[in-house]
Design a protein around this ligand. Structure first.
Ligand SMILES: [Zn+2]
Length: 354
C-alpha cells in the first residue's frame, strides 16, 4: 500500500514537473528558437546608407517557467559604464533554469559611442540615441539603432527598464525614475511599483502631462518614453557618475535589477523592502549664463537650501564671472562635475523633496 502510494506521488510529481517544464514554450528571436531554461547571445548588425556599420549585442534569457517579458537596455549612452558592467554581471547572475518569463537584455545599445569613448553622442553621425526614439528604419545609423530597439526589444516587452549613469561630465546621484501620465494611470502605477521595488532611496516621477508624449505624430525621443508611449510600464535607472567605474554603483544596479525580478515574480526572491523611498516630483534647473570654467563647491546627493552657493564660473584668465546659487531648496540630483561650460548648458538640477 505504501509503495503504491509512493509510486502514485512520484508519478504525480513527474507529471507536474513535466507540465511545469514544458508549459513554457520556446522563444523566437532574430530567426533563432530558444528553448525554455536557456540563454542565447546575438550580435545584431545595423548599417546605414552612408557606409556606417555597427552591431547591437543582445542576450536573451528564456526562463524555464512561464512569465512576462522584461526588456532592458544598457549603454544607450556608451560612456556610461556602470550600467554596461552591471549588464555584463547579469549574464552570469541570471539563471534561466530558475527564471520565469523572458529577459531581453541589450548589453550595449550604442557600441559606436562605447568604442569611440564618446559621451552623449554616437560619433558615426553625431546623434544622441536617447533623443532619437522611435527611430527610422531608413534613417541615419543612430536612427536605425533606435528603430531596431523600438521594434524588437521594446515592442516585445511587458515591462521595460533603461539603465543610465552620469555621463563623462555629470556628477549624478543614484535614483530610479518612472513615467506618469494622467491618461495612463494603471501603467503609471505599475511603473511606480517597479521603481520603488529596486532598492533605491530616491524615486523620481517623470510627469508627462504634456501632449508631446501622447500625440501619435510626435516622437518619444527617449528610449523608455517610447516604451511608455506604447503602453508598457517603464522606468529608468540612473546610477554611477562622471563616466567612472565605481564597484558600488555597478553592484547597486545588479542588486536593483534582481530586486525587480523578484517583484515581477520572475525569480524566487523577495524585493528589497521599499518603506524608506523619498519621492521627487519636481526638478529645478540652473543653466549657465556664461561660457568659461565651472568650479562646483557641492556634490550630487547634497541637500541645499535656497540661496546656498553651489559653485562659480571664471573666464579663461581666472577672473570670477559669477557665483552660482541654489534657486530652490532640495537635493542635488546632478551638478556639472568637470570644468568646461558653455552659455546655456545645465549646471545643476535640484530635486524638490516632498
Ligand atoms: Zn545616459
Amino acid at each position: 500500500m505504501m509503495i503504491t502510494m509512493k509510486r502514485f506521488l512520484t508519478l504525480t510529481v513527474y507529471i507536474f514537473s513535466f507540465q511545469f517544464v514544458y508549459g513554457q514554450e520556446s522563444y523566437e528571436f532574430d530567426g533563432t528558437t530558444i528553448s525554455p531554461g536557456s540563454k542565447r547571445h546575438f550580435s545584431i548588425p545595423v548599417s546605414d546608407d552612408s557606409g556606417n556599420e555597427t552591431t547591437i549585442p543582445i542576450t536573451i534569457f528564456h526562463g524555464k517557467g512561464a512569465g512576462p517579458v522584461l526588456g532592458i537596455t544598457a549603454g544607450v549612452h556608451g560612456y556610461e559604464y556602470a550600467p554596461i558592467l552591471a549588464a555584463q554581471d547579469l549574464i552570469q547572475r541570471v539563471d534561466p533554469g530558475k527564471l520565469s518569463g523572458t529577459i531581453i537584455l541589450v548589453q550595449i545599445a550604442n557600441v559606436s559611442s562605447f568604442l569611440g569613448r564618446s559621451p552623449f553622442l554616437n560619433p558615426k553621425d553625431g546623434k544622441n540615441l536617447n533623443r532619437s526614439f522611435p527611430g527610422r528604419a531608413n534613417g541615419s545609423i543612430t536612427e536605425r539603432m533606435a528603430d531596431y530597439i523600438s521594434e524588437n526589444v521594446i515592442a516585445r516587452a511587458d515591462y521595460f527598464i533603461d539603465m543610465h549613469s552620469g555621463d563623462a561630465p555629470e556628477d549624478l546621484m543614484p535614483y530610479v525614475g518612472y513615467y506618469q501620465h494622467d491618461d495612463k494611470r494603471e501603467i503609471s502605477f505599475i511603473g511606480r511599483e517597479m521603481a520603488v521595488n529596486m532598492g533605491f532611496d530616491h524615486v523620481l516621477l517623470f510627469k508627462t502631462t504634456g501632449k508631446e508624449y501622447m500625440d501619435i505624430g510626435s516622437p518619444s525621443l527617449y528610449c523608455s518614453a517610447e516604451a511608455f508611449k506604447r503602453g508598457i510600464p517603464a522606468a529608468d535607472i540612473e546610477c554611477g557618475r562622471l563616466g567612472m567605474i565605481e564597484p558600488e554603483s555597478v553592484q547597486k544596479i545588479v542588486t536593483g535589477m534582481e530586486s525587480l525580478l523578484g517583484h515581477l515574480r520572475m525569480i524566487d526572491q523577495s524585493p528589497i523592502p521599499s518603506g524608506e523611498t523619498i519621492f521627487i516630483e519636481e526638478r529645478s534647473y540652473i543653466s549657465s549664463p556664461h561660457t568659461g570654467i565651472f568650479y562646483p563647491v557641492k556634490s550630487s546627493g547634497d541637500y541645499v537650501l535656497e540661496g546656498m552657493k553651489l559653485g562659480y564660473i571664471t573666464d579663461f584668465f581666472g577672473k570670477k564671472l559669477i557665483n552660482v546659487h541654489a534657486v530652490k531648496s532640495g537635493i542635488i540630483l546632478y551638478i556639472l562635475g568637470t570644468p568646461p561650460v558653455s552659455k546655456g548648458e545645465t549646471l545643476v538640477s535640484i530635486g524638490i523633496v516632498n
